[in-house]
Every structure is written in C-alpha cells, then in structure tokens.
Design a protein around this ligand. Structure first.
Ligand SMILES: NC(=O)c1ccc[n+]([C@@H]2O[C@H](COP(=O)([O-])OP(=O)(O)OC[C@H]3O[C@@H](n4cnc5c(N)ncnc54)[C@H](O)[C@@H]3O)[C@@H](O)[C@H]2O)c1
Length: 336
C-alpha cells in the first residue's frame, strides 16, 4: 500500500510517519512505500519500506501530482497555513488552505477519472479540518449536525475545503474523511503562529523551566486532544470503512473540553507548584478575539458510537505523554 503525507515535515506529519514506520502496515496490509511532501523536503526516516522525501508547494498542481503517483491508496493532507498566520496573510491562507486542497482533488481526479486515468480505486484522503471551522464560542456544546459558521479566514478555508472534498467523494474522485481536529496539546518545539499556540506553551514552557504568558483568563475553556490520540485517529480514518459516512464526510472526533485552570492544575500535579508559577497572566485581546469564537465543547457522538474513534486520555496523561515522547527532543532543538 502506497501512502502520501502532504505536510509530512510538520508536527503531526512527522509523528504519523514515525508511527507508520514503526507499524509497517495499515489495516492489516503491508505498506509498500511512503511519500513525505512539505515546503522543504522532510528529513528521511528509518522504515521497513521505501520513503520518498519531496520539497514543493501544495498549491502547485504539478508538484502535488508528483507527490500522489499512480498506485497511491491513501493521502493524508495536513499541509496548511495555521490560524493566526492565515488571518494575518489572507492571500497566503487562501492559496495554501483552499487552492492546496483543490490541487489534491485534481491529482486524485487524474488517477481515477482523467483522460489517462488507470481506473484506480478512489484514494482515501484524510483531511485535517479544525474546530476553528465552527463558531459558537465559550458557551457552545455543538451537536454533530451543527452548522459551520467560522469567525476567521482559516476556519472558512477549512470548511470550504471540506465541502469540496465531500463533493469529490460523491463523484468517485476520492474517498474523503475530514477530521475537525481539536487544539492538539502539548505541541513540541517552539511556539508557532497558531492563535492557540499558548494552550501548549503554558504546559511545555514550564516543563522546560521557562516562563510563559497566558493571554486568556483561567476559566477559558478549550476543546483539546493529545498528539498520541490525533495519530490514532489518523490511522483509524486512513483504514476505516467509509460506507456509514454517506455524503457527510466531516467528523467531530471525541476531544476533551478543559479550562486553562484545569490544565494548570494538572501541570502542578505532574511537575509541582514551581512549574505552575512560571505561567504569568498577560491578557491579549487579539488572541482572545480569535480563539474566543471557537466552540469549547462538542458532543462527538457519531465519532464515538458509530465510527469507533478512541477517547482522550486525562490531562495528567497528556502531559506525561509529552514528557515521554517529546521533552528531550524539544530541549535539544532549543538548546536548553
Ligand atoms: N496542531 C493543531 O492543534 C491542529 C488543530 C486543528 C487542525 N490542525 C490541522 O492539522 C494539520 C497539521 O497540523 P500541524 O500542527 O502538524 O501543523 P504544522 O504547521 O506543524 O504542519 C503543517 C505543514 O504544512 C507545511 N506547509 C505549509 N505551507 C505549505 C505549502 N504551501 N506547501 C507544502 N507544505 C506546506 C508546513 O511547512 C508544515 O510542515 C494542519 O492542516 C492544521 O491546520 C492542527
């Protein structure tokens, strides 16, 4: 089975590639090759199958077609410009987040329905949409059929991409599963340009012994998941039977709703009061304006009961998972 990860050099792309290399198979079938595609060719990884590492632009249809060659069975489309950056640079967000997805659809169409198509089975495309594609804010607990009313350009681009992938699935061009990911914590490395970057920073930076700022009040609630669970969800979405989805390819996976105060208490129980003391309150209305519009909770019944997506760990386990998986590498990367 040939697999391509677009955005394969990013946070979740690297973790997914490492997990595939470790397992060697997907859904009981051996993996025969993996392509990792990102703006700069991702570093190679040790794997029991050939790994191709390509640099390129996901908004360039020819480059995406190279990354999704004939025989590709699964495409995981993670390449994106994240929330605050897409809000600050409208053209870049639109190009990567929307036109990038159109290029993925076009590449799959060539394989399945173009004049030179080999009549291949429509490849599974796992797309990472976001909680940011919804509105509703702190008071919301959204049902599975809630309408997507994004209050930011990133969320609008993700929602539009979902709709086009759903239609491409209906047309037999590809077979999409769009996961509306919660905010994934704890993100390793450095703070990034996501408006939600602080949700990871308030846990990661103190664990590195560094001070950090909290731009929202402690009662502020966020819909979160762990990187371990996000990767479990990707593997499930890559191999699941999509028949029960019907036309509706968007899935709200079972994340966890947690206030910032609860996260800080979990930090304290894992790493002591001195870790919590490194978090300083510094209100930032611009950040709160973006993340304040995102819903803090979902029922996620369809993913749980019908589709078999796994549940979250506790906050303490999520922090412990970061310590086990990523703390040493983050220290090394940042020279701490
Ligand atoms: N991490 C989260 O909390 C979270 C939450 C909701 C949704 N998501 C979505 O999940 C996906 C993966 O998230 P992540 O945290 O790994 O993000 P990331 O920023 O670490 O990875 C995205 C990758 O896309 C690449 N990319 C950007 N522009 C590109 C272009 N023009 N051509 C090719 N590659 C390009 C980047 O270089 C980066 O490596 C993204 O689509 C993101 O929007 C993430």
């Amino acid at each position: 089975m040939q697999i391509t990860i677009l955005g394969g050099g990013g946070f979740l792309g690297r973790k997914l590639a490492a997990r595939l290399a470790h397992e060697g198979s997907l859904g009981g079938e051996a993996i025969s090759g993996l392509t990792l595609f990102d703006l700069h060719a991702p570093p190679g990884i040790e794997a029991p199958f050939p790994v191709r590492c390509l640099g390129g632009d996901v908004a360039d249809p020819a480059q995406v077609a190279t990354a999704i060659p004939e025989g590709t069975r699964v495409v995981v489309h993670l390449a994106a410009v994240v929330s605050a950056q897409a809000e600050a640079d409208y053209e870049l967000g639109l190009r990567v987040n929307l036109h990038g997805t159109l290029a993925v659809i076009e590449a799959c169409r060539r394989l399945t329905q173009g004049p030179h198509a080999s009549g291949a089975t429509p490849p599974r495309v796992v797309f990472t949409s976001s909680v940011a594609s919804f509105g509703g804010g702190q008071e919301a607990r959204l049902e599975d059929d809630a309408r997507q009313l994004p209050g930011n350009s990133y969320g609008a681009e993700k929602a539009a991409a979902e709709l086009l992938l759903q239609d491409a699935s209906r047309r037999g061009v590809l077979d999409a599963v769009s996961l509306r990911l919660p905010t994934v914590i704890v993100r390793p490395g450095r703070p990034n340009k996501a408006a939600s970057s602080f949700v990871s920073a308030i846990l990661r930076e103190p664990l590195l012994g560094l001070q950090t700022e909290l731009p929202v009040p402690e009662e502020f609630a966020v819909w979160i998941c762990s990187p371990r669970r996000a990767i479990d969800w990707f593997l499930h979405a890559m191999a699941m039977d999509t028949t029960p989805l019907g036309l509706d390819r968007g899935i709200n996976p079972p994340g966890r709703s947690a206030t910032v105060g609860k996260m800080l208490s979990a930090l304290e129980s894992v790493a002591g009061p001195e870790a919590r003391a490194l978090v300083r309150h510094a209100p930032d209305p611009a950040i709160e304006a973006i993340v304040g519009g995102w819903p803090a909770s979902f029922t996620a019944e369809r993913a749980r009961r019908l589709l078999g997506f796994s549940e979250q760990e506790s906050l303490e386990e999520i922090i412990q998972g970061f310590i086990e998986d990523d703390l040493t590498a983050t220290r090394a990367e940042r020279g701490i």
